[in-house]
Design a binder for this molecule. Structure first.
Ligand SMILES: *Cc1c(COP(=O)(O)O)cnc(C)c1O
Length: 363
C-alpha cells in the first residue's frame, strides 16, 4: 500500500465558513482544503503520491492537455452514515473504468490500490467536509472527482510521457431539493455524442465538450438534458450527455440500451440492473429504437423512463421533446423509478443491509 505523503494546508477554511458551505453546498461550487496527487513519468511510473493543499495547478502553455484534450475523469460520492463513518459506493468499478478510459486515451493505467487509496487519503484528511444528512430525503454527500491529464510540454502529436492524476472533492446538496420531479429532455437530431470506434465508452472530457452545443439547444427548448441516438443509423437510443437511460415496461421489464462501444458503462446503470430482480423487474439490455419508446409510451406498453448516474441517482423523465414529436410520461415520477431510487440510496447511506458488499469505508 503506497503512502500518500501529507502536506497540510496551513490556511484551511474556517470552521464557520465550512459549516455554512455544507448547509447549502449546491453542486460543484466549493472545494475542500486538500487534493490528492500522483505524478507519472515514463521513467518512474506513478510516484510522488501526496495529499496536498487544494490549489492552482501550474502547467506550461504547451502542455499536451490544452491542445489535444488527452484527459479522463471519474465521479463518485462519499456518504456519511448515521454512526458518523464515511463510505463510498463500488469504487473498484470506477478504478476499472478509469483504466478502460486510460487505455482508449493513451494514458497510463493506475492501480486499483492507488485509485482507492487516493480517495481514502483525501477523505480521511478532509472528513469534516462530508455533510451529514438531516433525514433520508436529505441526499447530501461529498462528491469526489478523480482526473488524469497529459502534462508534458510538447506540441507534437503523440501520447504524453508525463501525466498527472488528481482527486478533488466538493460537498454536494440534494439534486432535487424540493423533492424528485420529472424533467424534460431534448432529442438531439443534428449532433451525435459518440460513434462506433470512437471514445463514447471512455469517461473523457472531450465527449462532454462534444455534447455542450446540443446542451445549449436543449436549454433553449426548456429541457434539462440531451438524449443522443446512435451515429450510424440515427435510430436507436443511446444515452444522455452524462447519464444512462432506462425504461420500465408494463410487463415489468427494466429496459436499457446495450453498451456497445459508444455508451458509458455507468456504475449506477449496472447496479440498478443488478437490483432489478429484487423489485420484481426483469433487466434487459438490447438495442432500443426510438420508435419503440414512442409507440410504447403512447400505447401504455412503456410506463416509465428515467436517467441514472452518480450525481442524481435516478432522474425521472417526464417528457422527451424533439423537433417532430413529444413522448409524454406525465409529471409524476414512476413507481418503479422511485422504488429503485430509494433502494439504491438506502444502500449508499447505510440504511439497509449491504448484502452485495458494495460499500467501501473511507473514514
Ligand atoms: C459518468 C457518466 C454516466 C454515469 O455513470 P455513473 O458511473 O453511474 O455515474 C453516464 N454517461 C456518461 C456519458 C457519463 O460520463
Amino acid at each position: 500500500m503506497t503512502e500518500f505523503q501529507l502536506l497540510k494546508n496551513a490556511q484551511p477554511t474556517a470552521e464557520n465558513v465550512r459549516e455554512a458551505i455544507k448547509a447549502d453546498p449546491g453542486f460543484g461550487n466549493h472545494f475542500t482544503d486538500h487534493m490528492a496527487h500522483v505524478r507519472y513519468t515514463r521513467e518512474q511510473g506513478w510516484h510522488a503520491h501526496s495529499v496536498r493543499p487544494y490549489g492552482k495547478i501550474v502547467l506550461d502553455p504547451a502542455a499536451a492537455v490544452f491542445h489535444y484534450a488527452q484527459e479522463i475523469f471519474e465521479g463518485l460520492k462519499a456518504y456519511r452514515h448515521a454512526d458518523g463513518s464515511v463510505w463510498t459506493f463500488r469504487p473498484q468499478k470506477n478504478a476499472a473504468r478509469i483504466n478502460i478510459s486510460a487505455a482508449r486515451l493513451a494514458l497510463p493505467e493506475i492501480s486499483e490500490e492507488d485509485f482507492v487509496g487516493s480517495l481514502r487519503a483525501l477523505v480521511e484528511q478532509d472528513v469534516e467536509w462530508v455533510p451529514t444528512p438531516a433525514s433520508a430525503a436529505d441526499e447530501v454527500s461529498l462528491y469526489l472527482r478523480p482526473f488524469m491529464i497529459a502534462s508534458e510540454t510538447f506540441l507534437g502529436v503523440r501520447a504524453s510521457h508525463e501525466v498527472d492524476y488528481y482527486v478533488i472533492a466538493s460537498p454536494a446538496g440534494a439534486y432535487f431539493p424540493g423533492g424528485v420531479e420529472p424533467v424534460s429532455i431534448w432529442l438531439s437530431q443534428n449532433y451525435k455524442r459518440a460513434s462506433h470506434g470512437g471514445t463514447g465508452f471512455a469517461k473523457a472530457g472531450g465527449n462532454y465538450a462534444a455534447s455542450l452545443a446540443a446542451g445549449e439547444q436543449a436549454a433553449a427548448k426548456g429541457c434539462a438534458q440531451v438524449l443522443f441516438t446512435d451515429a450510424a443509423e440515427d435510430k436507436y437510443i443511446e444515452e444522455l450527455g452524462g447519464m444512462n437511460l432506462m425504461l420500465v415496461t408494463r410487463e415489468g421489464k427494466l429496459l436499457t440500451p446495450e453498451l456497445g462501444d459508444s455508451i458509458l458503462d455507468g456504475v449506477t446503470r449496472r447496479s440498478l440492473l443488478e437490483l432489478a430482480p429484487q423489485l420484481g423487474l426483469e433487466p434487459e439490455e438490447r438495442r432500443i429504437p426510438i420508435e419503440e419508446w414512442r409507440e410504447g409510451a403512447a400505447s401504455g406498453e412503456i410506463t416509465e423512463a428515467f436517467a441514472c448516474g452518480t450525481a442524481a441517482v435516478i432522474t425521472p423523465i417526464g417528457r422527451l421533446v424533439s423537433e417532430d414529436f413529444t413522448i409524454d410520461h406525465g409529471d409524476q415520477p414512476g413507481e418503479y423509478s422511485m422504488k429503485l431510487r430509494t433502494t439504491l440510496l438506502d444502500i449508499q447511506y447505510g440504511r439497509t443491509a449491504d448484502i452485495n458488499n458494495w460499500m467501501v469505508r473511507l473514514a
